[in-house]
Design a protein around this ligand. Structure first.
Ligand SMILES: *[C@@H]1O[C@H](CO)[C@@H](O)[C@H](O)[C@H]1NC(C)=O
Ligand SMILES: *[C@@H]1O[C@H](CO)[C@@H](O)[C@H](O)[C@H]1NC(C)=O
Ligand SMILES: *[C@@H]1O[C@H](CO)[C@@H](O)[C@H](O)[C@H]1NC(C)=O
Ligand SMILES: *[C@@H]1O[C@H](CO)[C@@H](O)[C@H](O)[C@H]1NC(C)=O
Ligand SMILES: *[C@@H]1O[C@H](CO)[C@@H](O)[C@H](O)[C@H]1NC(C)=O
Length: 811
């Protein structure tokens, strides 16, 4: 339904309004306005693009869809691409498709839901009868009496925006929106108080009561009216008309530019202009809303708010800095991340476990201070010391579990407590913030530090995987894969296969390509039971190092197993698993090409000297656990690694653990019985069920992980025959004894970091003991292990793993 009512759909300049005076026998308002009349009975429906436009079409009144099935009854700039909203009726109560606004027969303007018969909003005309409504070219929507006296104006009930010709009298207020995308009421208010002061307040969000002012015109007793005049100047005037305070004066003309002043969600009142056309007078102005930076109030929101309530211009634990556009930017200090990256005003959280107060003196060693110049949280003091040195200040904060940040400036030391509020970065500040962070960040979610792109690649030949259950589905996929593979041989030299998962592309190499890549298999990286591994570089990128694994003859015969492994590993994608880049299956040659991990394997770092510190070892523990959890439960085909040991855990430059070498794993075909399977795995890490007639499940990896975990805790091999004390020869055995006797400390006796983190050491030992239970069903899944390590799940007291020792002896 088209709603604009064309009773007098032509422009009525003021000069000719006398004519209408005669026709209507009523005086017109003395403004340079033109009219289109909306008479009782007319309505608009949310869903269509219907609106009531001003005569020039520059403004429209109607519904704007702001979210899925959420409409605002609003007034907006109608001739520019972005339909900038300047007023709305229901910012905290969006209406739905089908809801209506209607000028009722009795003269009330009502926003309502027909189905529920519910009224959502109405223009308050104090019961007087409205003769017509009109959207004016000024952006004012009015309800007028028969004698054209305005009973209600949108200009008198502003939302967050003022327009030229609009005045702002005592008691009026603007309330900021919640965010740039969400127009519901937010955290700031701009008001002309009855005492004559023009004031910006923070609000006690989500309530609308005010906290403290953060800007004031200081015109108490004098301020009377804020005027946004036709020339685009904004100023406060006294009752006698004298200008008291100029708010904005350097604006371009209103004939060439649209103007608006808005209290934005960040608490700043800004005057924006937008060129009306691309050509005249608009040279140099891009077609968008540009703020007049000289007129921002307050000029620096970051430093303006100083109140004990609330968080400041940005959320708790964050800090505010002015960007080059003079707009505030909220950031998290080092060691902290946003609670909600989509709503940075919600503040930041610590990314680490905070200091334990019970053992404050002990945990001191586990924290360090990160320095940040010119940053302060001036209102979060817990203590203040003067005439001290920076060194003293640092020590004082580190040894105080309540101290989250220390500020040091000119011999003064302020300790700050959580939550930090009113954070700001201000180049004129001159001090420095010392932010306390846990040394090794063990927050599980924080493992995604930027990866070093320089990781090289290894080509490994001839690994075999154990796939515990081969579903029919998988066989079909395998079949399809083999077909592609065979088809590929004769046709092209380079074949990019898409095995099964979209997004995973393995490269098929020719043998001569790999000969070239490895300079004729010159540099050997290692050899195992079934294969030899060589270092190589790929032709397309000399810096991409790869490990090329050449399968031994014996294994080469296992055509199907080879292909199954290629397929299964090729589909894995996890930061804690080595990446398979490609393969070669040409004649009798079977080779696999892997990413080369530079730093070597865990065995070198664990049993060598100097050994890895406790924090790196914990990080590696998490990495291996997550990688195994992925293999067991998260990748499309369940994979049992079968040979978890330190030699097969590679480390990259940042000591991230990367599980490699699926070399002795085996594909278990449906018809394959265990009789054909020799014991796989490495002495000391092999689960007891290999020696018994029990099915091999993912729990064999859990067992090996348990042994690895003990080795990681203690930095020694599980089996050390040269140890004098016989009770300590087998670590698994000794560890349980220590745990049973409450002497876990003996296991990490010379490791200072670990000794200081004893609670965690005990927990890890308990988890390890659970993992090495002889009965596979007692061992936790890798998922549970991960949750226990991370502290999400409690660790109960483990039973004696009992006869595991016998199985090791029988090996
Ligand atoms: C409303 O207008 C917009 C832009 O002019 C257009 O894309 C949309 O299809 C219209 N919707 C309806 C329901 O007419
Ligand atoms: C806008 O923000 C308010 C306050 O957080 C919230 O209650 C409301 O759901 C948000 N509205 C939309 C449309 O996101
Ligand atoms: C107008 O009012 C202001 C403040 O109330 C006062 O300072 C000023 O002198 C007055 N001007 C005139 C012309 O009365
Ligand atoms: C608007 O205000 C400025 C500053 O007081 C003044 O110079 C200008 O003439 C005013 N414009 C109109 C149209 O009143
Ligand atoms: C990769 O390593 C080279 C040499 O070691 C270095 O120059 C380059 O910046 C590194 N690239 C990346 C992305 O780390």
């Amino acid at each position: 339904m088209k709603v604009v009512f064309h009773v007098m759909a032509f422009l009525v300049p003021y000069s000719s309004s006398l004519l209408f005076l005669v026709i209507l026998a009523q005086p017109f308002p003395a403004t340079a306005e033109s009219y289109k009349y909306i008479t009782p009975g007319l309505s608009l429906t949310a869903s269509s693009n219907d609106s009531w436009q001003s005569p020039s079409g520059e403004f429209a009144f109607g519904f704007q869809q702001v979210v899925d099935d959420g409409f605002l009854l609003a007034i907006w700039f109608n001739k520019i691409p972005e339909k900038t909203i300047v007023w709305s009726a229901n910012r905290n109560n969006l209406v739905q498709r089908g809801d209506k606004v209607k000028l009722m027969e009795d003269g009330q303007l009502v926003l309502y839901n027909d189905r529920k018969g519910k009224q959502i909003w109405r223009a308050d005309t104090a019961g007087s009868r409205v003769a017509y409504a009109a959207m004016l070219d000024s952006g004012n929507f009015v309800l007028a009496r028969h004698d054209s006296v305005n009973l209600w104006e949108s200009f008198r009930e502003p939302t967050d925006t003022l327009l030229p010709t609009q005045t702002f009298s005592q008691g009026s207020k603007l309330v900021a929106g919640y965010s740039s995308m969400n127009s519901s009421t937010g955290r700031y208010q701009f008001t002309l108080q009855s005492d004559g002061n023009l004031v910006l307040y923070t609000l006690a969000f989500p309530l609308d009561s005010v906290n403290s002012p953060y800007w004031s015109s200081e015109t108490e007793g004098n301020g009377f009216l804020l005027r946004f005049n036709q020339s685009g100047n904004i100023y406060l005037e006294a009752k006698n008309g004298t200008m008291l305070v100029m708010i904005s004066s350097d604006a371009p003309t209103t004939s060439d530019f649209y103007h608006r002043a808005i209290l934005e969600y960040d608490g700043v009142l800004r005057h924006y202009v937008y060129p009306k056309s691309m050509n005249p007078g608009a040279a140099g102005w891009p077609l968008r809303w540009s703020p007049l930076t000289s007129s921002f109030i307050p000029p620096n929101i970051c430093t303006s708010i100083r109140e004990n309530n609330g968080c400041g211009a940005c959320g708790f634990n964050s800090y505010c800095s002015l960007g080059h556009d003079q707009k505030p930017k909220c950031s998290c200090p080092p060691g902290y991340t946003f609670l909600d990256p989509n709503d940075v005003m919600k503040g930041c959280k610590q990314n680490f476990v905070s200091q334990n107060c019970e053992e404050a003196s002990q945990e001191t060693e586990l924290f360090y201070l990160e320095q940040k110049e010119n940053t302060d949280w001036p209102l979060s003091d817990s203590e203040h010391f003067s005439i001290v040195t920076e060194e003293w200040c640092r020590k004082a904060c580190l040894s105080d579990c309540f101290c989250a940040v220390a500020i040091f400036r000119d011999g003064n030391c302020w300790k700050k407590k959580i939550p930090l509020s009113n954070g700001r970065f201000d180049p004129r500040d001159g001090g420095k913030a010392l932010i306390k962070i846990r040394k090794d960040n063990l927050n599980p979610a924080d493992d995604d530090v930027p990866k070093n792109k320089n990781r090289s690649t290894i080509i490994i030949i001839g690994s075999l995987l154990v796939i515990s259950s081969v579903s029919l589905n998988f066989l079909f996929i395998l079949r399809a894969f083999l077909d592609v593979l065979q088809f590929g041989y004769g046709k092209t030299k380079k074949l990019y296969l898409e095995p099964t998962d979209p997004g995973v592309t393995l490269r098929s190499f020719t043998f001569s390509e790999l000969e070239k890549a490895t300079s004729n298999f010159k540099e050997e990286l290692g050899s195992g039971a079934f294969a030899t591994v060589y270092k190589g570089t790929l032709d397309f990128d000399e810096r991409t190092f790869v490990a090329v694994k050449n399968l031994d003859k014996m294994v080469r015969d296992c055509e199907k197993e080879f292909k199954a492994e290629v397929n299964a590993i090729g589909r894995t994608n996890h930061k804690n698993l080595v990446k398979l880049l490609g393969f070669c299956n040409e004649g009798e040659h079977r080779l696999l090409v892997y990413e080369l991990i530079r730093n070597g394997n865990l065995a070198n770092f664990l049993f060598g000297n100097p050994r890895l510190n406790w924090f790196k070892r914990m990080r590696i523990t998490f990495g291996v656990a997550r990688g195994l959890f992925y293999l067991h439960e998260e990748c499309s085909t369940q994979i049992i690694h079968c040979d978890i040991k330190p030699q097969n855990i590679l480390l990259d430059e940042s000591f991230r653990a990367i599980i490699s070498d699926f070399g002795i794993a085996k594909l278990l075909k449906a018809d394959q019985t265990r009789t054909s399977t020799a014991i796989r795995g490495t002495k000391g890490y092999v689960a007891p069920e290999w020696f018994k007639n029990l099915p091999v499940t993912v729990k064999v990896d859990v067992y090996s992980f348990g042994i690895l975990l003990l080795e990681l805790i203690c930095c020694r091999k599980n089996f050390e025959p040269q140890v004098k004390d016989e009770d300590q020869m087998v670590l698994a055995y000794w560890a349980y004894d220590c745990y049973r006797d409450g002497k876990v400390g003996l296991l990490v006796a010379n490791d200072e970091d670990a000794v200081l983190d004893m609670k965690r050491v005990v927990k890890f030992v308990m988890i390890a003991i659970w993992c090495i239970q002889e009965d596979p069903s007692l061992r936790p899944t890798m998922k549970k292990v991960t949750l226990m390590l991370e502290g999400t799940v409690e660790v109960s007291a483990p039973p004696d793993p009992s006869s595991f020792i016998s199985s090791i002896e029988s090996f």
